[in-house]
Structures are given as structure tokens and as C-alpha cells.
Design a protein around this ligand. Structure first.
Ligand SMILES: Nc1ncnc2c1ncn2[C@@H]1O[C@H](COP(=O)(O)OP(=O)(O)OP(=O)(O)O)[C@@H](O)[C@H]1O
Length: 238
């Protein structure tokens, strides 16, 4: 049985269906890449799994470890071990990086988490999680905070956005760390090298998964930023 199972998930915003009967599963210890063109609903799916405010499915089921979670509030899903690293990390005025990372009760200490995301100097611990951090530093600290939680399901929404090209291998190493710890990883990405490191990949178009399986095959289908099924017209029009 997969750790995360999604069946027939639908979600609409005013005047537009974003997801229409989406099925997806991710096993423990599996890195599952999710690709798709801008606006196809990848982040929306992440928010629905996490249970963010305003994101309740119109129909369908989300199960975690065999239990239905789609009616649970966000904090209860977090308590089960589900976590999301945002595409655009939040700032927390007045909260130090050290205290932020110590909120997690995982196996790794705050310094070790920072080290894993390439922020080695200990003075980062006393910095505030605010606008004085660069965009890339905040992104790394967001990833460190996920590591500090020791999650069972990690949803990473474009984890390399804002990270310099030379450091992408550090993010890939971090993703392997989650997998090695037995976590399921849902990896939302536009980067081919990230999609190709996954165990499986799925492409979202027209509110559904249109292509799923070997990451190389899915990445080739996606390379042209178009869906093989509808050739970029948008599967909603089928
Ligand atoms: N509250 C909302 N009101 C109106 N439209 C919304 C709302 N939330 C999301 N959408 C729309 O739903 C669609 C899916 O958005 P989403 O952010 O999930 O896409 P995405 O696949 O993550 O895109 P990207 O690759 O650009 O990050 C977009 O067209 C977006 O404009």
C-alpha cells in the first residue's frame, strides 16, 4: 500500500476547474516527481494534500497511511508527518533561524540541518527568518526546517527556485536524505535533472495525470513543455 493515495480528486476556483479526477500515489521511500506546465495545478495539489486554508476538494479522496485525511485540519495532517516546503518561503519577523529549526523534533540538530543545506557558518543560527536573508538563503532555511521535522511525507514545491545553479546538487543530496530516512517525497519541479533523479514521475495536464512512470520517459515527454496527449492544447479541451 502506498503511503499517499489520491483518488478522483477535483478542485475548482471561480469559473475554472483546476483538478478534475486526479489519481496519484506515492510510496514510503519513493521520490515521485510531478511535472506540468505553468498553471496546471501542481501547487494547488500540494495545498490540497497539506490542507491549507481555502483548499478543500470538491470530490475525491486523499489517504495517508490508509487513513482518509481530506477532512482533517492542516495541523493534524502536520502531526501525522506531512510537510510542505513552499515555492516562496514565508518570513517570520523576530524568530531566529535556530529557534525556527528547533521547533522540529526530528533526529537532526539545528546545526546539522543547516550544514545539509549548505549554510555552514554557525552565525546563521542567530539570524532572523526575515527580509535580511537573501531569497536563496531563505529557501535553504525552509528546506532545513523540513529536514528538522523528520517528516514521513515531504512535498517540495520547486525546491531549487532561487537556488544558484552550482548548488543544485546540494538540494538533490537533501532529497536523497529524505528518501534514505524512509520518507515519501512528492517533488514538484520544472527542472529536468531533478525530475530524472526521481523513482517515478507524473505529468499533470488538464486536471489529471496524463503520463506516469519512468522519469526519463516522462521528462522526455515534458521537455518541450507540452503534453504528449494533447500536444500543448490543454487536456481540459478533450
Ligand atoms: N484562489 C484562486 N483564484 C483563482 N485562480 C486560482 C486560485 N488559486 C489558483 N488559481 C489558478 O489555478 C491554476 C493552478 O495554479 P497552480 O499555482 O496550482 O499552478 P502550478 O501548476 O503550480 O503552476 P506553476 O508551474 O506556474 O507554479 C492557475 O491557473 C491559477 O491561476
Amino acid at each position: 500500500m502506498a503511503l499517499l493515495e489520491i483518488d478522483g480528486l477535483s478542485f475548482s476556483v471561480p469559473a475554472r476547474a483546476v483538478l478534475e479526477g486526479l489519481d496519484l500515489s506515492v510510496a514510503a521511500g519513493e521520490i515521485h516527481a510531478l511535472v506540468g506546465t505553468n498553471g496546471t495545478g501542481k501547487s494547488t495539489l500540494a495545498y490540497l494534500i497539506m490542507g491549507c486554508e481555502g483548499y478543500r476538494a470538491g470530490s475525491g479522496e486523499i489517504r495517508f497511511d490508509g487513513r482518509r485525511i481530506d477532512a482533517l485540519p492542516l495541523h493534524e495532517r502536520a502531526r501525522l508527518g506531512i510537510t510542505l516546503a513552499w515555492q516562496e518561503p514565508a518570513r517570520f519577523e523576530g524568530l531566529s533561524v535556530g529557534d525556527y529549526l528547533r521547533l522540529g523534533k526530528g533526529r537532526m540538530g539545528a546545526e546539522e540541518c543547516l550544514h545539509r543545506v549548505g549554510l555552514a557558518p554557525p552565525d546563521y543560527l542567530t539570524r532572523m527568518v526575515d527580509k535580511t536573508l537573501s531569497g536563496g538563503e531563505r529557501k535553504r532555511i525552509e528546506l532545513a526546517s523540513v529536514l528538522a521535522l523528520d517528516p514521513r511525507l515531504v512535498i517540495l514545491d520547486e525546491p531549487t527556485a532561487g537556488i544558484d545553479l552550482l548548488s543544485i546538487h546540494e538540494v538533490m543530496e537533501l532529497i536523497r536524505t529524505f528518501k534514505a530516512g524512509g520518507a515519501a517525497v512528492l517533488l514538484i519541479t520544472h527542472r529536468e535533472e531533478l525530475a530524472r533523479m526521481a523513482d517515478r514521475a507524473s505529468q499533470l495536464c488538464g486536471g489529471r495525470i496524463v503520463c506516469s512512470g519512468d522519469p526519463d520517459t516522462v521528462a522526455i515527454s515534458y521537455r518541450g513543455r507540452a503534453c504528449l496527449k494533447c500536444n500543448g492544447k490543454d487536456c481540459h479541451d478533450d
